[in-house]
Ligand binder design. Sequence first.
Ligand code: FAD
Ligand code: E1W
Length: 451
Amino acid sequence: MGNETKQLSIIGGGLAGALLAILLTQRGWSVDVFERRGDPRIGGYAGGRSINLALAERGLHALRQAGADVDVLKQAVMMRGRFVHPLHGTPSLQRYGRDDSEVIYSISRGELNIVLLDIAESHGARLHFDHALERADFADHTAYFRHHDAEITHAFRALIGADGAGSTLRAQIAKVQPLGERSEGLGHGYKELEIPPSLAGDFRIEPNALHIWPRGHYMCIALPNDERTFTVTLFMPREGSYPSFAQVQTGADAQALFARDFPDALVLIPQLQHDYDANPVGTLATLYLDRWHLGGQAVLLGDAAHAMVPFHGQGMNCAFEDCVALAEQLASTPELAQAFAAFEEQRKPNAEAIQQMALENYIEMRDKVDDAAFLLQRQLELALQERHPGRFVPHYSMVTFMRIPYAVALQRSDLQRELLVEATHGLTTLDGVDWPALDAAVLAKLSPLLP
Ligand code: FAD
Ligand code: E1W
């Protein structure tokens, strides 16, 4: 390190920024965090986007490293599986894992952010709220922030961009070094609605599940909140034939759509028309960069580096894995430029893998989860997991319950899908499966996974 101080400046005190501040202060760094919004512990949380998120093993593991898991889980609601609501037919729970040791958690974005900020501050991180990065001068190591009506300058050693999908730091880096930025819009948007508690104060539908109403090219989901509400998200094309956001513009239009396509959800959302009119249509896109850092002066992580569509529930989980990887790299590699380069090399292939899997999962969620061929393949996945423990692991489990690199999960899922499709072709039950041939194919294609 020479005589340079161990000082780092984080842009963005959202999920990744707050967690990274903990991990770095724990390792002896002096950390400043600059957050555009006000302190959520004072004014209430102003996060415009989805109010709850699914936390899985990757994110939970990072929270354990930061000593934040216990406080976060206190406010979480366990989700055992997806509860699928077909348009016709009986809703039912499809378990995510083998038992209650394989579950995910619904957590409030605001509460999670507050837990992380409190711990970061208790470790000595300096939190600067209402400080929006406006400009970074990399020639003289000065960052310029908008603080109410004033401009604040800050001399930095290095800037870490945890400022989300619309990252200002990314734009500032791109002015001095092209990043090869490419953003692919999905063409679909989302709108958030709320299911309040029942009159008796209880959850109005099964609390320990992620609810899905698949409808082909569009869908609704609902995640439970610990105050016994659910946040419902409608995902739908922005343009095109009915239904799209272009055609379902008003609360009254939404009422009619729900009456036709989501009748069992409609009765649960008394404020549907109001919520629909009041809330904006959110944007969904995948962001790809060729480079994540500027020498030893700046590096991007989380959504700022690799925003993804939300359909695997892994954006935050992946951002938290980034934070652990960067903190570890900084601990083992004294030269910042080298540490940032090694971090990018380690994480970029994995970010790209989960970006791809998240896109693929949209089609699965909205179109396949109530389909017989899909369900038969899930049944076969479970059977093969029993027959080949540690070798055949269901796709969802590799992403959600394990910490193997996303790129490895993607590669193995592709191989496994070929086996599943081939073995169930033309079948309606597992009775006709040629087990000896399938077992042999599993052994030939898949190496053992667990250490
Ligand atoms: P953010 O959480 O966006 O934080 C960025 C922070 O930087 C913010 O606090 C912002 O105010 C601040 N900031 C921005 N610009 C500036 C500036 N110029 N100066 C200073 N500060 C600035 N992920 C999951 O793991 N599970 C889920 O279930 C899930 N569901 C989702 C559902 C939806 C509808 C969406 C859109 C996303 C979902 N995600 C989910 C993804 C998740 O929200 C993101 O991946 C995660 O928030 C990324 O964290 P981040 O810290 O990189 O960015
Ligand atoms: C999860 C926004 C969001 C968050 C999620 C998930 C989904 C669909 C969505 C993926 C999933 C938890 N998923 N659920 N069931 N099968 N795959 O696991 O976070 Cl849309």
